[in-house]
Design a protein around this ligand. Sequence first.
Ligand code: SF4
Length: 477
Amino acid sequence: MYEFAVTPAVTQLRRPGVIITEVTPDSLAEELELQPNDRIVRVNGRPVRDYLDFRFQTAGETELTFQVKKTNGETHDIEFDRHEGEDLGLMFEQIVPRQCANECIFCFCKGNPEDARPSLFVRDEDIRLSFLYGNYTTLSSITEDEMKRIIEQRLSPQYVSVHATDLKTRAYLLGVDESRADISDKLERLLAADIELHAQVVLCPEINDGAILEKTLRDLAAHYPKVVSTAVVPVALTRYNKDERLTRVTPEFCRRTIKEVEKLQKEFRKTLGVTFAFLGDEIYIKAGAEIPSRRHYGNYPQIEDGVGMVRSFVNAFEKALVRTGTDSDRIPANVRTHAAAIVPKNGGKAASTNKKPIATVPGSDLFGTFLTGEMFAPILREEIDKYNALTGSRLNVIAVPNTYFGGDVAVAGLLTGQDLLAMRDKIVGDFVVIPKATIKSDEPIFLDGMTYDALRAKFSVPVYDVDTQGLIDLLSN
Ligand code: SF4
């Protein structure tokens, strides 16, 4: 689930150009008297729609003319030269996501409580965000302009929610007619233009599983290596999803799926040399099955989709345990975020307000509580128990039920402030650690609207937020 700031621009026509949000002191942009809120409308005569256009049209150019609309309504042409590769010193507004035109039966928006934050109802479907942040799109309502843009600006890779290559099934899942659901020509065109694709299947029992899933994975694997990988993730239904067409994912269903997909994975490893089709961690955990080995995941192409996250964490943690006090292995996070993506000033890390590192508590005396989702808790507990045995620490792991969304939602990242707060009386020790992913990336606020400060004020011990890598770093220092 991705969140975006909801601005009036989502529903209003966008004005042309891209708005400057920051000008670096002593930069070329400052010398040119560019200012925050100026809008760059054209670069060398070509229109600019957003900062991706800006990057594309300025890349490699040393002689530039900007048409700039100032806040007082005046328009100026600014002509200048720059050295090759010289940074202009500009930051721009984020891209406002384009909205999807689907009615997916499993859409996360239908699983939100009615009073959830407006940003949780944003149905983004944007090829620019797919390229920049690895957001999935269905391509079902992609325009000719967008197709051309992907190819011309090399917005590769793209992340595509395929769900099923069987057309009837895809149309049913997306809630659109078959002509809209049919993206075969578009996929072929992108692949022919050497655009790489990563695919996703949201697996819905009795709809796109079994033979339909096998066909989907075989059809996609036929395009390897241009279709680089496919993630198969289980549909997660909250207590608000009442659609009778949907069946909840059970442990038995997960065991059957693992068995079926393992056969294909074996075949792909033989014919393609890679696993190609990856099952989400949740499927293994729900099935009570062993998480596959490091080799299974290759370079973890779908880790941000919850595929291989557990394996990478366990491996990195265990290595850190062996070498406590030295650098741990790194978890391959954010592999889908493109270098060209604008990241918040804090470097893209969650809007953490950690005031003092826990590491100031003497290493062998650590006494505190980790709160995490029910899915990850048993895995974390096993690792933390080993750490306690090794160091004499008294760290405790609590599995926090997700009462806000309810249903099958058990991942750490969707815990809300009220879920975490409900654990207050169970906390032991000198501090509490919560998953960083529960906090909005650019604002210290939880999914239910509770602020981080409000949560902290209700705990009698300090609250820290860490991601899985941060947790390893913390315990290995
Ligand atoms: S593509 Fe489907 S799941 Fe995604 S936002 Fe649109 S309706 Fe929801």
